[in-house]
Design a protein around this ligand. Structure first.
Ligand SMILES: [Zn+2]
Ligand SMILES: [Zn+2]
Length: 167
């Protein structure tokens, strides 16, 4: 049961974070673009090391859906809920390691590919071209997220991004 709860925390958390935070931020807001997509800094730095309040706020808002899923499922299995949150945090660090020059071993890439799990090379794509590679942990959220972005594109705030940040 703990395994299923951990998986549900990650699946529901990623769904909520992608569709109710990440996509709206790319469309209408500036916080995530100013912090997570700040090209003047290494993304390992601002995804993992930075203690700047705006960066932390972006991370916290993105993590809220995972925390909500863990709170809802806490009574089913608190060990599963905590495991899900811990794995989610580890995945944040891992998916940003491409910036450190790390390469995912081919067998890990192949395994994650079969399971639909985002590897650092995939998430690096989101930092290179922020219109692609949505989904924090699961790749199957990317296509519907891009479809939603395209559908809502006419409502986009064009000036949401500061100079130098391509969106
Ligand atoms: Zn990132
Ligand atoms: Zn983004």
């Amino acid at each position: 049961m703990a395994f299923l709860v951990a998986l549900a925390v990650l699946g529901a958390g990623d769904f909520g974070s992608t569709f109710f935070y990440h996509v709206p931020q790319h469309l209408w807001f500036a916080l995530h673009l100013r912090t997570h997509h700040d090209r003047r800094r290494s993304y390992w730095d601002h995804a993992v090391l930075a203690t700047d309040p705006a960066v932390l706020l972006d991370g916290f808002l993105g993590a809220l859906p995972y925390l909500a899923a863990a709170a809802l499922l806490w009574h089913v299995s608190w060990t599963g809920a905590l495991t899900g949150l811990a794995l989610g945090q580890l995945h944040v660090w891992w998916r940003h390691t491409r910036d450190l020059g790390w390469r995912t071993p081919p067998f890990v890439r192949a395994g994650c590919g079969l399971l639909g799990i985002v590897v650092p090379e995939d998430h690096d794509g989101h930092h290179r071209n922020p219109a692609t590679e949505f989904g924090d942990i699961f790749r199957f959220y990317d296509a519907p997220a891009r479809a939603l972005l395209a559908a809502l594109a006419p409502t986009r705030r064009r000036r949401a991004a500061p100079p130098g940040v391509k969106v």
